[in-house]
Design a protein around this ligand. Structure first.
Ligand SMILES: Cc1cc2nc3c(=O)[nH]c(=O)nc-3n(C[C@H](O)[C@H](O)[C@H](O)COP(=O)(O)OP(=O)(O)OC[C@H]3O[C@@H](n4cnc5c(N)ncnc54)[C@H](O)[C@@H]3O)c2cc1C
Length: 583
């Protein structure tokens, strides 16, 4: 199946939902003109369609193979990766002072969505490189940065993130991998890591692993974990590659989806590593990497959902079955009201989740561009607040939308050859990795709401109230009342979370996150519709239709979530644990 990146949708949201003009007013982004962004999006869309998308089905059917000590990527992946590097796509959002192109994140999330939509399994490799670079740039000493960053920025070397062990998943406190000080500025790393994405492969010349490990005298739990950089191949003083380090993949997982992404069990056997950041501060350093990765995992959900939507749309114009309500007996199923409802539902959810991802990226851009000011602090808080929502809502949307995609295909969706089943399978990992969505909800409720007394959320709600006026100016009828009511619901829910006992708050963390996402995504779509209508954009009436659909069918779901939040822990815990298997 072909894939065409949704350039028009992205450009529309960049123009009317995300405040690109405010970004352009910052010196670091003043050269990022609308024309430049448009050229980049168009170029990335062609690359995704022509080079990456053709590898998608082959990767699903022919997963990476472990051949002795080496992992061989799926057929065609190496050639696609070489083109990715040659095209300079890896360096896109890396700041110019590090040697990258310095594009804003808000543009990078759009191009990343294109790559994930073309082939999500492939896209994980550049995503991990980019996150690893962030952690190295923020925490490694200058010599390490000089040795490793230049080739990672180009993508010639890729990155991997080694956190998980059999007994340490959501909770990394029990990490057992050992680090022994060699006394020469290096450490010997030993232990086993599981589920390591693109932990080994033959696409890049070298693979730079960031590994969590524990020194012998370290405190117990998460306060005793340090971060180490372990290259697959050592780097000689002249920059050439030397011997292989003492670690390798010893197994590859068989998975539900993303078959083209090698998920490796990595054995570290006295591997040489260099400390990144301070001793015992490894988790904090890793969070630099994970925060960015969380946003991009949300984007993956949107990307897969978009691909599922395109497949379902095409099928709905080809499949003839029954006589559509206003059509003839030869007309395809797109004319059936229920099929049409599913298509609009998919499109609306995708647009809403995409808008949240862009708003999160926008906050990162502002925070990074104007460091050390009150405005930067506010942008940091906005990014921190939106990241768990972008990750969870984006990834859940991917699963929901690709499931609807299967439904539109009927039986042909359940069998493999249409590709609809692959999207559903691929989408299912995003709510799990990079911190499960349950962990995101706890992060939102605990760190992002209760710890700052709800300030960041109140500020967001206050900004979103400004959209009501925009909607009134644009005459967006049903949207106005729905948005007012949604914002009241979000305010009440936030107050309840702030005053709740911890057990109550944790029991309703996921409904709270969903409620917030339903209201915020709706607000962003209404903003996009209103701004577009006020600017007389030809696409605005259709965006207004999506905003109305959201206001009538998605935003009101927040009211149901509010009732659950009011009920707190009781509704979850009244059923005794010992009797969960009964009845
Ligand atoms: C395909 C794939 C690729 C991956 N890639 C990488 C990688 O590159 N690097 C890496 O280090 N790891 C990777 N992982 C690991 C991934 O990040 C973990 O699987 C994930 O963090 C969840 O950990 P777990 O599997 O141990 O689940 P568990 O932590 O055992 O969670 C099981 C369930 O319990 C819930 N839960 C756990 N703790 C809490 C809590 N405190 N409060 C509420 N609920 C809780 C979870 O939400 C979940 O529903 C990958 C995993 C997969 C499957």
């Amino acid at each position: 199946m072909s894939f065409n990146a949704p350039v028009k949708s992205m450009e529309y949201l960049l123009k009317y939902s995300v405040d690109m003009e405010a970004l352009r007013s910052l010196p670091v982004f003043e050269e990022i003109s609308e024309e430049l962004v448009s050229d980049i999006l168009t170029g990335a869309a062609s690359f995704a369609r022509d080079v990456i998308a053709p590898t998608n089905w082959g990767g699903d059917q022919n997963p990476a193979q472990l051949n002795g000590d080496d992992v061989i990527a799926s057929p065609g992946f190496k050639q696609a990766y070489d083109s990715y590097v040659e095209g300079g796509w890896q360096s896109m959002s890396t700041p110019a002072d590090l040697g990258g192109m310095g594009l804003p994140n808000v543009v990078s999330v759009a191009t990343a969505e294109m790559i994930y939509g073309a082939n999500m399994a492939f896209g994980l490799c550049p995503m991990l490189t980019s996150s690893a670079m962030k952690a190295i740039a923020a925490h490694a000493d200058p010599a390490l940065q000089e040795t490793y960053l230049p080739k990672m920025i180009t993508g010639e070397w890729s990155g991997a993130m080694c956190l998980t062990e059999p007994q340490a998943g959501s909770d990394l406190g029990p990490v057992r991998t050992k680090a022994i000080d060699n006394g020469d500025g290096t450490y010997a790393i030993s232990g086993q890591k599981i589920f390591i994405t693109w932990g080994d492969h033959d696409c890049a010349e070298n693979i730079i692993h960031l590994v969590l490990a524990r020194l012998p005298d370290a405190p117990e739990g998460s306060r005793g974990i340090s971060l180490f950089l372990c290259p697959k191949y050592f780097v000689n003083a002249d920059g050439s590659l030397g011997n292989r380090n003492n670690f390798k993949a010893i197994g590859l997982e068989h998975k539900l989806g993303i078959h083209g992404s090698p998920t490796c069990t990595m054995e570290f056997d006295g591997a040489t590593g260099w400390l990144v950041g301070d001793i015992n501060r490894g988790l904090a350093c890793m969070f630099t990497m994970m925060n960015e990765a969380r946003l991009y995992v949300g984007v993956q959900g949107v990307a897969i959902g978009e691909r599922a939507y395109q497949g379902a749309l095409k099928f709905s114009h080809e499949r003839v079955q029954g006589k559509p309500i206003d059509g003839g007996s030869d007309d395809p199923i797109v004319g059936h009201p229920d099929v049409r409802r599913m298509l609009i539902d998919m499109k609306t959810r995708l647009m809403g989740a995409r808008a949240i991802g862009m708003a999160t990226a926008h906050a990162v851009d502002v925070a990074e561009a104007i460091a050390d000011s009150d405005e930067a602090k506010t942008a940091h808080a906005r990014n921190a607040l939106l990241t768990p929502i972008a990750k969870s809502y984006g990834s859940d949307t991917g699963v929901d939308v690709s499931s609807i995609g299967v439904q539109i295909h009927g039986g042909m969706g359940f069998v493999e050859e249409t590709g609809a089943a692959q999207h559903y399978r691929d989408s299912r990992i995003a709510p799990i990795y990079e911190g499960t969505n349950g962990i995101q909800a706890i992060d939102l409720v605990g760190r992002k709401i209760r710890r700052d007394g709800g300030e960041a959320m109140r500020l967001l709600i206050s900004d979103l109230k400004g959209i009501v006026t925009l909607a009134e100016q644009a005459g967006l009828d049903v949207c106005i009342g729905a948005l007012k009511s949604g914002l009241e619901t979000l305010t009440t829910a936030t107050d309840l979370i702030l005053s709740a006992e911890e057990k109550d708050a944790l029991s309703v963390a996921t409904p709270f996150l969903n409620l917030a996402a339903q209201v915020i995504s709706g607000a962003f779509l209404i903003k996009a519709a209103a701004n577009g209508l006020n600017a007389k954009d030809s696409l605005a009436p259709n965006m207004a239709t999506l905003a109305r659909y959201h206001a009538l069918s998605i935003m009101p779901q927040a009211n149901a979530a509010l009732e659950q939040i009011k009920a707190g822990a009781a509704i979850v815990f009244d059923f005794p644990e010992g009797q969960l298997a009964d009845l």
